[in-house]
Design a protein around this ligand. Structure first.
Ligand SMILES: Nc1ccn([C@@H]2O[C@H](COP(=O)(O)OP(=O)(O)OP(=O)(O)O)[C@@H](O)[C@H]2O)c(=O)n1
Ligand SMILES: O=P(O)(O)OC[C@@H](O)[C@@H](O)[C@@H](O)CO
Length: 459
């Protein structure tokens, strides 16, 4: 949804109207037993009740330092644009009621297609400006105009501002900065400096250096009482809007609000250079590779291979959940198995005469779940090849159907790999074979590039 932006003068009158309303409303708000008035910032009063919270994600930049033609917020990781990961991080937080994403005017259509493709909710778009602060102001105006008759938005008590190219943000730090802003008026995350900050003289020599231990790097997220930061932006000079890089400074300078500084975790870094995109991809892949679901039936040889696979993967640090096919008959069963920690890696040990019946059933089941929307799901179709004439085992030539199954699955963002395990009654040999099979599975789970999807690999 893209709303027509009101002029600043209209915005100011809106604020005055809303202030009168809030005074009338505040009596009821503070009378709530949960809330007690607190003096914050410049003497403003904010309830301790549950503040209404919205977020503004500035994504209107061109990403020049990335050195590629695509603005970095739209560069993809595992086929999905970086900005979608950040939006997802905010969507996971249920008490953030609205997410305003600020993108360049020419990227509005692209952003709307991303929202549609990945099923993002609670997202409103605003047009970016020529500088980051101007983009942020555009997002704030979108929320401020919420009382206009056409708006479906509402004005929050607290607004979180977070660079759209900082995808690794968790609920706990969002909660910390929001609570701090609700009490102090403004709050921002800081991190220890890695390099010392120095100032250069006019002739390019060292002028002075800052004592590193006494200084911090300002990161994101930051949070503010909405009226305070909105007023600060409206009063900011053009110079501040065009060249400033620090929202906390605007709150201090124009709303007399010294922000509360909150120590943050190391993963809040900003994707700025191409190396940062590789690092982000590596972190995302690492997170996706932790959980493995092993589907196997209780038949002698199958359960033995399943047990050996389970144990081998666990010794390599994987969190493996072993289930029988009857435990994932439908999507709701599957989702309930992994509602707390979604699993994107499935191993299916086939037992049917027709080589891929179990795997095909899993592809249909996974394809109808919400899992493959955000990340590719890896499915390993394990085939036990044993002595001729054995009813449980497939013969290699029958396994060429893996390509057709993989082609069908790829359209659902599911990557299918065939893995042949030669059965033997010699325990040591079977363990060695299963270990090789587990190594292949772990390598593909870690790599997640999809190149070998549709291939038949032999342990
Ligand atoms: N006119 C701008 C410039 C930047 N941003 C956003 O502000 C965040 C942090 O800015 P930065 O890392 O500097 O992004 P870019 O300006 O795109 O990068 P560069 O300076 O390398 O061009 C990014 O999400 C970026 O999209 C914005 O919304 N509007
Ligand atoms: O200056 P850039 O536009 O690269 O990035 C913005 C950063 O300055 C900003 O995200 C933090 O330093 C916190 O304000």
């Amino acid at each position: 949804m893209l709303f027509h932006l009101l002029e600043d003068s209209e915005i100011c009158s809106l604020i005055a109207v809303r202030r009168r309303r809030r005074c009338q409303n505040s009596a009821t708000f503070f009378s709530h037993p949960m809330s007690s008035p607190k003096h914050v910032g410049s003497g403003k009063v904010a309830g301790m009740g549950k503040p209404q919270v919205a977020a503004v994600l500035p994504a209107g930049g061109s990403g020049e330092r990335m050195g590629v033609s695509t603005p970095k917020q739209f560069c993809t990781i595992l086929g999905r644009p970086l900005i979608s990961y950040t939006i997802q991080a905010f969507e996971r937080v249920r008490w953030i009621k609205e997410i305003v994403v600020v993108v360049p005017a020419e990227k509005i259509d692209l952003m709307q297609s991303i929202i549609h493709k990945y099923g993002h909710k609670r997202v409103t778009l605003a047009e970016g400006g020529t500088a980051r602060h101007r983009s942020i102001l555009s997002g704030l105006k979108m929320l401020a105009q919420s009382e206009s008759p056409v708006s479906k938005l509402w004005k929050p008590d607290v607004v979180i501002i977070h660079d759209a190219v900082r995808p690794f943000v968790e609920e706990d730090i969002l909660l910390k900065v929001t609570a701090a802003a609700n009490e102090h008026g403004a709050a921002g995350v800081v991190r220890p400096l890695i390099s010392t900050v120095i100032a250069s003289s006019e002739v390019g020599c060292l002028d002075y250096s800052l004592e590193r231990a006494k200084h911090r790097a300002s990161e994101m997220p930051q949070a503010f009482q909405f009226d305070a930061i909105f007023q600060a932006y409206l009063q900011s000079s053009d110079y501040d809007l065009d060249y400033g890089t620090e929202c906390l400074q605007l709150a201090l300078k124009y709303s007399s609000m010294p922000a509360k500084l909150v120590d943050g975790p190391p993963d809040l870094w900003k994707v700025t250079y191409s190396r940062d995109l590789y690092a982000a991809e590596s972190l995302i892949k690492d997170g996706l590779s932790q959980y493995v679901c092993l589907i196997t039936v209780m038949k002698e040889d199958v359960v033995q291979v399943g047990f050996l696979l389970h144990e081998t993967l666990k010794t390599h640090g994987k969190q493996v959940k072993g289930i029988s096919p009857s435990m994932c008959e439908n999507v709701s069963q599957l989702q309930s198995l992994f509602k707390d920690k979604p699993c994107y890696n499935f191993i299916c040990i086939n037992t049917k005469e027709s080589s891929f019946e179990d795997a095909e059933k899993m592809v249909d089941l996974l394809g109808s779940s919400s899992l493959p929307i955000l990340y590719p799901v890896l499915l390993f179709s394990v085939h036990l090849v044993g002595p001729e004439g054995s009813s449980l085992y497939d013969k290699p030539q029958e396994l060429e159907g893996i390509r057709d199954l993989s082609h069908k699955a790829m359209k659902k963002n599911i990557w299918v790999y065939g893995l042949v395990i030669n059965l033997t009654k010699i325990e040591q040999q079977l363990q060695e074979t299963v270990c090789r099979g587990a190594a292949i599975i772990m390598a593909l789970i870690k790599d997640r590039c999809g190149t070998l999807a549709g291939q038949l690999l032999v342990a």
